[in-house]
Design a protein around this ligand. Sequence first.
Ligand code: GLN
Ligand code: ZN
Length: 760
Amino acid sequence: MAVAHVLGFPRIGAQRELKFAQESFWKGTTNEAALRETGAILRARHWKAQADAGLDYVTVGDFAWYDQVLGTLALLGAIPQRFGFDPQQLTLAEYFTLARGDKQHFAMEMTKWFDTNYHYLVPEWSAATRFDGGVNWLLDEIAEAQALGYRVKVALVGPLTLLYLGKVKGEFVNKLDLLPSVIAGYQKLLSRLQRASVEIVQIDEPILVLDLDSAWVQAFAPTYADIQPVSPPLLLTTYFGEVKDHSALLSALPVMGVHLDLVRGPDQLATFAQDWPQDKVLSVGVVDGRNLWRCDLDSTLARLKPLQAQLGDRLWVGSSCSLLHVPVDLQYEEKIDAELKGWLSFATQKLSEIVALKEALNTDQFSYCATETDAQFVASRAALFSRQHSTRIHNPLVQKRLAGVKEGDAERVSDFKTRIVKQQAKWKLPLFPTTTIGSFPQTKEIRKSRAAYKRGEIGHLDYLDQMRDEIRLVVQKQEELGLDVLVHGEPERNDMVEYFGEQLWGYVFTANGWVQSYGSRCVKPPVIYGDVYRPEAMTVGWSQFAQTLTDKPMKGMLTGPVTMLQWSFVRDDQPRETTALQIALALRDEVRDLEKAGIGMIQIDEPAFREGLPLKACDWKHYLDWAVRAFKISAAGISDETQIHTHMCYSEFNDILPWIAAMDADVVTIETSRSDMVLLDGFGAFAYPNDIGPGVYDIHSPRVAQVDEMERLLRKARDVIPDQRLWVNPDCGLKTRGWPETYAALENMVTAARRLRAEV
Ligand code: GLN
Ligand code: ZN
């Protein structure tokens, strides 16, 4: 009989209960007991959902008070020593201090979990890091689940993945030198799990999908040989990609079984199925843990049937990865219509899909077509059919447009050298022109009137008046400050993706589709379900109004195709690049409309450009090629005089500079101040040809940067970038800042630029 399981369930709760409990504990309005109570309720609820759906095991250990990597460190006792906490007596409050910092300690660093938008806390390794035991929370959770009568599978971040994801702090040590102590720590932990009668341990080793050095690959066999004897049976899980290269390693590893992500790596199944050992479980992740579409159960079942004939009881069916990355429960989406809802499946619904597959596999092959009437299969078929035919998805206008895209559509009329001469002649900007990245402080009043408008409490005209007043204020302040290129301040935008998504066809917004981003922070990514189409102009009215208020150039402000894609759930019935191209075409029309309306500078933000990079370097070129093309399609089709800007937040650019240059934006602004302009060196060495605005102050802190500091950074920038190419701007948008510090910082920034001008 096939076995059904998931690699993890979202911990936040369908109504974000965990978030609210965490935040009120941090504020001091509730105590630790109340927070723990919420955690226990959520765990019990999520296990019940798994058991009720018919999974064979409930997963314990996927819960975390803040993050699963930090949770693993707390369990092993491997918390950073700089905080001075006793690992064995760690309190919840101290655990949160590790994650969030306090007056004496900066927080642990946070970074993206593989290519997801989930952020984990980065372990801090030094020669002195200890792994000899920490908190007992996991054992308490296991006892809870066992007391409720469930069969328990414990999920743990694996030893090599944990070690690999950490950063060496202080004196240099090779991470792998720590491996013996890590192994000893896991041995201790796993033997405790064995004594607690845990049936199975799911041990997550997603680093296997990365380009892994051979030293790391070679560490797997001895590590698992060391921990297996003292452990409950281990199911080693890989996800977010394929692990074909490691098939020999994985089939020989002393573990009970291996999990493969067949959504991200469908082709690897053949490699593994071929000589899969007689005594090992193969767990196949076929229900997508990264996206919210209903699974095509018929075709999935057809793929699994031969596998089941081969493996019998040793076939496990599961989610591709943890369901942490999808929203919790579709049933709370009351505003989404029935057709669209029929296409979707959130974490709770995915449990039933997995069970439906298992049951179909376990039904006697000869009992004629049980799936014909099974509710899950019927719904899956209906969704598939409707998605193939719905006119809401397939828009002939978009299809025609796509078919007509020509090679030259991605190119500007002339090259940058020619364009920049024309642009200079038109704008006559001084050397080191000053500008900002788009948003200005989003005050309480702005948020209030936007919300009131959304709820229908104020009418169009009142709303328009209030927003226009705000734009007037922002323009007036920028003129006072003496900035050279102005912006309207984006008061009408709640979020840079949502604002556009709400106006484009093919996008839908959920009411409650929250996904954990980090700690208590959740995001609600929009869903791209159909061909993307722009029924009318989206920003022209605001930009045009703003331009009437000033003689200086007013930058139009758009979110680029890659970012629009990257920060959404994307349809799975066509390649990502096709969706990107559709968005690009919609933006291209907006760019042209802005130009026609007299807006001569247009910024197309691409903060998510770098984060779209695939996990394996061999896949980079394909991505970068289509991502650059999508950007260029959105930015071309205008006259040479119109100046295209783009903006990217803090990223490592050096390894993708040829593609940044290929985007051929007239001006790129990047976040550099926190790296002390070091990020810029690569642009210099590469002889980046177009204009560039390295951020001269950090907008993440209310501290007002001084003239001298900015001047110093600009001098560093001048060492690598020619004066004629250099712009002066903050690191990023100013929407999270208050007015007083914003005004003061920009005043200093303009002074710094003027000081430099006076010298040349
Ligand atoms: N134009 C946007 C803003 O200023 C850019 C934000 C971003 O880069 N994340 O807010
Ligand atoms: Zn930014």
